[in-house]
Design a protein around this ligand. Sequence first.
Ligand code: DGL
Length: 270
Amino acid sequence: MRKQSNYSAAPIGVFDSGVGGISVLKHIRELMPHENLIYVADSKHAPYGNQTPEFIQDRSFKIAEFLLKHGVKALVVACNTATAAAVAGLRERYPDLPIIGMEPALKPAVAATKTGVVGVLATSGTLKSAQFAALLENYGQGVQVVTQACIGLVECVEKGELINPSTESLLKQYVQPLLDANADTVVLGCTHYPFVRPLIERLVGADVVLIDTGAAVAKYLKHRLDENQLLCVSNQAGMVSFWSNSEIISTEDIISALWGFNVSVARLKG
Ligand code: DGL
């Protein structure tokens, strides 16, 4: 049997510009229920999509520092926008820490399309990034990739407005150009968007495949923990704690609704 380090019971830190990364946290919890998890929602500074890369890097460094003070053994950047802006800097600053980022799942989408048209819904920060340009270059050849920045959608999810007429009309405007281009595969390139998946499904219809990266990120995290002998060996359910600097009064209710259980949310300063 492989020897596990004492460090294996340490928590995994997960963060996002806000509540969107909870969609990734759910996959992590499902795949590794014994792991202790700390989630940070930087909601006061959401959306990151409209911020400069320098601002996002600064926020990411501050949150990573906070999570390291809480003894995390690995860090998940559960945000496509922060990954594009900050993951390289984080890895440089913390070379010994497993750091898992995420990017729009273009590769599986290109493999899945039958019409040869793939749609990508993401923040403008992600779509404008050098990382996304490299993704297009590597995997977007031979198909048409239609990108759509969804301005304002992160804010709807932050407010807990998942199924309501204004979120639906916003989404309709973003999804229509993809349908007009005959996309049959649509990438959810922002971790907030899985929370409006029912609305997106209703708008695109049953023939369009939606692709989300949360499950793949959880699987890759497990692989990285395993190779570093950091998987938790306990057989008790892990603790999950939530931190947020949101200024929305009902943030605890919103996080509880997204997580699926009533949770208390600690106040993050800054
Ligand atoms: N959840 C973040 C992402 O995956 C949203 C970014 C934002 O706050 O604009 O990109």
